[in-house]
Design a protein around this ligand. Structure first.
Ligand SMILES: CC(C)(COP(=O)(O)OP(=O)(O)OC[C@H]1O[C@@H](n2cnc3c(N)ncnc32)[C@H](O)[C@@H]1OP(=O)(O)O)[C@@H](O)C(=O)NCCC(=O)NCCS
Length: 144
């Protein structure tokens, strides 16, 4: 399986990119299309994993300050998990954070994803919010 990690560029790329984000992170809780976006999309770096024409993984990076980058909206399509795709997306986002001069990356991890981020050098620094009244999040950080 050949996996290509790249930025979405065309309108079609972005449609597939947001569709996967919605399908994995919002649809299971009955949230409508559009709920997968926030107000920082235009200033963010978007990365996706492609297998042929299919987008199978996504992730996003933005700066909170000149020192601190934040990752949000990491999602890998169900049938493609556990094969290193999330790791490739994370590494690319971290590379981009370094290029922008950030010293650390922060994120709010869903409880089920905490182990994934720990394997990549992140540590839990605080208890964060509960999404949809049920998904506990943990604030995690990694020094670059
Ligand atoms: C978390 C997620 C992005 C990781 O991507 P991935 O491509 O499955 O991850 P990788 O293959 O690079 O790494 C595998 C690790 O991810 C973790 N993981 C979390 N959920 C997993 C799942 N459903 N299937 C497989 N691995 C999962 C495991 O810790 C695994 O480590 P292990 O091999 O030691 O058990 C992906 O599983 C996913 O989209 N999950 C659902 C949505 C989500 O929780 N997003 C994160 C929001 S903070």
């Amino acid at each position: 399986m050949k996996i290509l990690i790249r930025e979405p560029k065309t309108r079609e790329d972005f449609e597939k990119y947001y569709e996967l984000r919605w399908r994995v992170l919002r649809a299971p809780w009955g949230m409508p299309k559009g709920s997968e976006r926030d107000d920082r999309e235009s200033e963010s770096i978007h990365v996706m994993a492609c297998v042929g024409d299919e987008v199978v993984g996504v992730g996003r990076l933005h700066l909170n300050s000149s020192e601190e980058a934040q990752i949000r909206f990491m999602a890998v399509a169900e049938g493609y998990r556990g094969r290193g795709i999330g790791g490739l997306i994370l590494e690319e986002l971290e590379r981009r954070a370094r290029l922008m001069g950030a010293r650390r990356v922060v994120l709010n991890a869903r409880e089920k994803a905490v182990h994934f981020y720990e394997k990549h050098g992140y540590r839990v620094v605080a208890k964060a919010h509960k999404l949809f009244n049920e998904i506990q999040h943990w604030k995690m950080m990694k020094e670059l």
